[in-house]
Design a protein around this ligand. Sequence first.
Ligand code: SF4
Length: 49
Amino acid sequence: MPEVKCTVTECTFNSDVKCGAPMIQVDRNGSASAVKSDETKCETFKRRG
Ligand code: SF4
C-alpha cells in the first residue's frame, strides 16, 4: 500500500500522522456518486483506546 497521510490521530491505526493499517477501506459517505472528497470516508477508522 502507498503511504497514507492521515490527520485523524485519534484512530488506533494512526502513527506520526500516517496510517499504519495494512489496508484501508474507503467508501462513499452518504452519496450515490461522490463528486468531492468529503463525500468519501475511511471505513477502517477505529477509535483509539
Ligand atoms: S484507518 Fe483510516 S482514519 Fe485510521 S489512520 Fe488509517 S486512514 Fe486514518
